[in-house]
Design a protein. Structure first.
Lengths: 444, 444
């Protein structure tokens, strides 16, 4: 019997846990799920005889040591800042570890030690990062194997609301951590276009937008997603002239969201004085110039050079931003206040289904001719537990864990799924879960 | 004999050291000046018999302990991050300490211990912070003593080039630390206007500009200077409807500087790839959209909606920003590269004189009538050593040190010069150095 330990049983763990329980008899697995909330962990186990839920505290050294010592593989679904605590303990006890998070420098530094210990630290095994890497590398490797030369790689992902349930003017609902949506893109974004490196500060992010069409879904906007440059090395495309990763939103979202960015309403670095007693309307006015002759709405219209009945103004009004609703949050940052305003309106309904959309564009040259492959993925959630986000984050992670425990993959050290021996079997099995890219190729 | 220890002998220490040496016979002082560069320390002593220069390393614990133990008062002109190291040692050895820097939370925390030790930690004794506090509190205290009620306090300072030597299109030269000028204003600025709190993100800072006139000098632009709100408590003006501190520049500077801020060229948080081999022109292009049909100049003109022969474009061109000059700096941040471009052009000439300009505006109500006092200070440097900056930073600090050692002021604990017993004697003596405010009062 193999024991799998899952730490963190939040929304994005549901499909992961379900897959492992569904396959537990076949492989003779015991699945232990720890969470700060015992009831959350229990919910995910659903009384399955091979599952066990327990209350887990990452700061309880004795418990952490004991649980990891008894496991054969550990999957950390905790916030990424806690991964190093788990990794250190896995290293000490020589246990495999898997995450859906970006490899941190701390994680990378464990590569040699993990190799010596004969264990695998597999990361970036979710959707973005995760499925994006795997599906991209499959095509890139094929182009290279066929003698093609990569000219351009662009890839974008969006976690959105399924079209059928898309009923608000932002065409957006919170299908994952709201906080991450509010602070998304802070810092500088970096990419390469036709040989030129480009740096884009946060306050310009939602102004440099591309658009694309996804078959069956229609139009999307794309804004740059943090550091695309580092993936040149990860994808072994060091000299590629164009390297761009983006985030997808429905048309019009970025220009409206840009109002929040421009005004400073997404700042999470300081506390607003007297935040508890301010109204939403007063909150907005904190960021506008003093002008007793004009209303908050008029000042926004003037600042952004938009009319009072513009699309943007309609979206802002729809959020209740200009209402006299009291904030009621003590010592809150602007980002925390904005999040509260949004959470009320962008709430996923109990019958809603979410959407994961991903699109890669590969341009390459072969035998003197230029080609473009457009590869698109659309995943719709099953319900509000088995969401598209939970499925696409959890299933590749679960498959990787299975492959590792059954000896089908044999790696040690710190990895992301950019190697064929990792991405090939995972992508293959993902197809049976409807996670399959639709590929189109044209000659340019 | 009293011994005064000065740590840090950079440009802004020259007037401080000169004052103390000039008064050393009268008061029987010995002045020791330590700097990382022995020659810099020696220059400032100018072979004065009461002075002694030595090479000082803040990380040499033994030397620090020894020097501070032998002193009666310590003046730290080191970068502000080193003050806590000096303060801890002063506390241990029960020595007074003075700085021209903002009181940090670390410094504030030493208040009780310093009181118990019977020593004074006097801070914010330069020009801004320093003379601004003293001159403001003198007027505020008088208004209050006369039964007036403060309605508005606005105060701005500029470190600029004297009009006679002002011969470039930016009307600006580096009269102090260039790095601080490049990154000035990063973070959020906060102020209060007519009862409304206002938060201004960095990328909006140079767009929300006020203007003022200083008698004899003409027009200035003012942009908000970081956190004005905290001075409500420091100045005992907790309920004042308007509280604003600003930085002064010559007209047109802010709109042109805003180009750098908008493009992200003042960012100091990441390293530009291949910075060494890029040209100034390529550096600018890093921050502009890819567009092979338009030149760097055309893209800037389009982005900022300015014409190719506009004032802003002229200022940018004058800096050499569009030249093919090689950067030659390895692993440099955008801010470091921008600084290098500016340092070449904004260099203070050997015969140049600098300018410190400060203006307060007080509005108050008394017996049902509203009044406005405008109080302005203009200081022109003597030469490139005794600059206006060095004089206004160093002389108040030197006077405070004298008052402390002669027992004319008697305080213990951590202080800034907002109390009458501190500001009154300092301001009085500053007048003999030409540091005197010109006051005008009108009824509103």
């Amino acid at each position: 019997m193999k024991k799998i330990l899952i730490l963190g049983a939040g929304l994005s763990s549901s499909s992961l846990i379900k897959y492992l329980l569904d396959h537990s008899n076949e492989h003779n697995w015991k699945i232990k799920v720890g969470d700060v909330s015992l009831s959350v962990a229990k919910e995910k186990i659903m009384n399955h005889p091979n599952g066990e839920a327990f209350e887990f505290d990452i700061f309880n050294e004795i418990q952490k040591e004991e649980e990891i010592k008894n496991a054969d593989a550990v999957i950390s679904m905790l916030p990424a800042r806690f991964h190093p605590l788990v990794a250190a303990c896995c290293l000490k006890n020589k246990k495999h570890m898997l995450t859906a998070s970006y490899v941190s420098d701390e994680m990378k530094a464990l590569n040699e030690e993990a190799k010596i210990a004969g264990i695998a630290f597999l990361n970036e095994l979710g959707v973005d990062p995760g499925i994006d890497h795997m599906s991209a590398m499959k095509v890139v490797d094929k182009i290279k194997a066929d003698g093609g030369k990569m000219l351009s790689f662009k890839s974008s992902t969006g976690g959105l609301i399924a079209p059928e349930y898309d009923n608000n003017p932002w065409n957006y609902k919170f299908t994952w951590n709201p906080r991450n949506v509010v602070v998304a893109g802070q810092g500088v974004s970096q990419y390469k276009q036709n040989g030129d490196i480009k740096y884009l500060p946060y306050h310009q992010l939602f102004e440099r937008i591309e658009t694309t069409t996804v078959p069956g879904l229609g139009e999307f906007e794309i804004y740059p997603n943090r550091d695309s440059l580092k993936f040149r090395a990860a994808y072994n495309l060091l000299d590629i002239p164009t390297m761009f990763r983006g985030t997808m939103r429905r048309p019009g979202y970025c220009r409206a969201w840009n109002v929040f960015v421009q005004l400073g309403m997404t700042d999470d670095t300081y506390v607003v004085e007297n935040s508890e007693n301010l109204s939403y309307r007063q909150f907005v006015n904190l960021f506008l110039n003093y002008d007793e002759k004009h209303s908050v709405e008029e000042k926004i219209a003037a600042k952004f050079n938009i009319s009072m009945d513009s699309d943007i103004m309609y979206r802002l009004k729809w959020l209740g931003l200009f209402e006299h609703t009291k904030i009621g949050l003590k010592d809150a940052t602007p980002a925390q206040i904005l999040q509260q305003i949004l959470v009320d309106k962008w709430l996923l309904g109990k019958d809603d289904k979410d959407l994961i959309v991903m699109q890669h564009q590969f341009e390459y040259e072969q035998s003197g001719k230029k080609h473009r492959i457009t590869s698109s993925l659309v995943v719709i959630g099953i319900d509000t537990v088995q969401t598209a986000m939970a499925i696409t984050v959890g299933i590749p992670l679960a498959i990787a864990c299975k492959l590792l425990l059954t000896g089908s993959i044999n790696v040690t050290g710190v990895h992301t799924p950019v190697k064929k021996e990792l991405y090939e079997p995972i992508l293959h099995e993902l197809e049976s879960y409807g996670i399959k890219f639709n590929e189109e190729e044209i000659e340019l």
